[in-house]
Design a protein around this ligand. Structure first.
Ligand code: ATP
Ligand code: MG
Length: 456
């Protein structure tokens, strides 16, 4: 609450002495607005910001409970305190359910009331700060549970926010472990369908015949073993989102069936004649290059165009190394909590090493590695020694020297590694190496001496 902006309290009570008595008691510290019935309180709530609503329960016209409900459905609702001479547990519970922060009985003890109001305002402030913090965190470090702040990820977040609102079909592409399923979840959670179901189907896991019944359901006796009628995933996803993972693996027969559902939004259960219509948003994912599959004749081009109305591509982790420290932080925290280990941090050298590795399994592999490091850790700090050997052996430190010179290692070290790499790349030709780095041959000569690399 800003200092020079006094909180506003709306008092609604049909009893005039009570109303005005409270006003006198509170007006030193608060801006007090009065209403003698609920309908007047509604008008006030709609026309000006109110921080605290203090209302009587029994009043002619709408009672305090109704007022509470209406107040708490406002865009930025006041905290509400209910007063009543008819104090009973039932009323109190009901008032809480209707959104009341507190409940005081008449005759109102003014000292108590002031404490309750102060506490209510505090809780409102904390709540507002939390929402704010959450939004800030989301903006700064990610979206939903997706962590990242590299330019590629930030622009991906923008796309996801934009498409989430519509029913557009989305194709999520990216190597294994880049977070495709997370993105599918985020699209659902940020959409107006978030209260509806999110149904995931892994297309590669089942042969076509089974997949068909899984997706569209079947009638009793549709095939051997179909003893009961069963609803398919498309039906279960009605009003929500269906996520078809590994869509590149679909066999041609299945591709045709999926195309029809996308075009018409309806289908029949296996062995059934009744046409079922559904309102489903379709999100698909693949770690293969669908366009290439189309060119090779393995994926229908008409289906490809239907699926890729919007495409969200997740770049591999090695192309956004600046996200690695953020991910490490989050994973160290999560993994030490899950495994009840006291690990709190990782040394800069260890972080550098992890940044210098190429992560063919992307974020999943990074998470698994951190988990392994945390589980095996002896202290509360992960060091270079905790980095698994294959990662240390596979890491190429020149890569991060280029990404963040001077930040992830000393400038000297970065420079030294750049020179070594340049000489390697040019087969030891100093003139070409100097050109490559953008320094004069003389400077290179001096640096080679400085770093004791004359023999290279
Ligand atoms: N940006 C990220 N922030 C936080 N966690 C992530 C991120 N990306 C991926 N992960 C985590 O990595 C793991 C793999 O993610 P996910 O299952 O979404 O990958 P995928 O692209 O679907 O992989 P696959 O192609 O193998 O199915 C999960 O544990 C997920 O929570
Ligand atoms: Mg996946």
């Amino acid at each position: 609450m800003p200092v020079n902006n006094r909180p506003t309290i709306l008092i609604c009570d049909d009893d005039r002495p009570q109303r005005e008595g409270l006003q006198r008691a509170l007006q030193d510290r608060y801006d007090v607005v009065l209403a003698d019935e609920a309908s007047k309180a509604y008008a006030i709530l709609e026309s000006q910001p109110v921080d605290v609503l203090l209302t009587d329960l029994k009043m002619p016209g709408d009672d305090g409970m109704k007022l509470l409900r209406r107040a708490s459905s406002l865009g930025s609702p006041p905290v509400s305190i209910m007063m009543t001479a008819y104090g009973s547990i039932d009323n109190a519970v009901e008032a809480m359910k209707a959104g009341a922060y507190h409940y005081v009985t008449k005759p109102v003890n003014l000292d108590e009331l002031e404490i309750v109001i102060a506490r209510a305002l505090k809780s409102r402030q904390i709540e507002a700060e939390n929402v704010n913090l959450h939004e800030q965190l989301d903006q700064k470090f990610g979206l939903e549970n997706i962590i990242g702040q590299s330019p590629a990820m930030l622009s991906m977040f923008d796309t996801v926010r934009q498409v989430a609102a519509s029913r557009a079909t989305v194709l999520v592409t990216g190597e294994t472990g880049t977070g495709k399923e997370l993105v599918a979840h985020a699209i659902h959670n940020l959409s107006p369908r978030k209260a509806g179901p999110f149904v995931a189907v892994h297309a590669a896991a089942l042969p076509t015949a089974l997949l068909e019944s899984e997706l569209f359901g079947h009638e009793r006796g549709a095939f051997t073993g179909a003893v009961e009628r069963r609803a398919g995933r498309f039906e279960l996803a009605d009003g929500g989102t269906i996520f078809l993972d590994e869509v590149g693996e679909l066999e041609p027969a299945m591709q045709v069936k999926l195309l029809r559902v996308l075009e018409e939004r309806r289908f029949e259960r296996l062995g059934g004649t009744k046409t079922i219509e559904v309102d489903v948003r379709v999100v698909t994912a693949t770690n293969r290059n669908l366009k290439n599959l189309v060119t090779e004749g393995k994926f229908r081009d008409d289906l490809f165009y239907r699926l890729s109305v919007v495409t969200v591509n997740l770049p591999p982790l090695r192309e956004r190394r600046e996200d690695i420290p953020l991910l490490i932080n989050a994973f160290v925290r999560q993994c030490s909590e899950e495994n009840e280990k006291p690990v709190r941090e990782m040394t800069q050298e260890a972080v550098n090493m992890l940044m210098a590795y190429d992560w063919p399994g992307n974020v999943r592999e990074l998470r698994n590695t951190i988990e392994q490091m945390v589980v095996l850790a002896r202290g509360d700090r992960l060091t270079l020694r905790d980095v698994p050997l294959p990662i240390r052996a596979g890491a190429d430190l020149t890569k991060i020297a280029v990404v963040r010179p001077g930040v992830t290692m000393t400038v000297e070290e970065a420079e030294r590694q750049l020179i070594v790499q340049a000489l390697k790349d040019t087969g030891g030709n100093r003139t070409h190496a100097a050109d490559k780095i953008g320094m004069s041959r003389r400077t290179l000569h001096r640096k080679l001496k400085q770093y004791h690399l004359e023999d290279l």
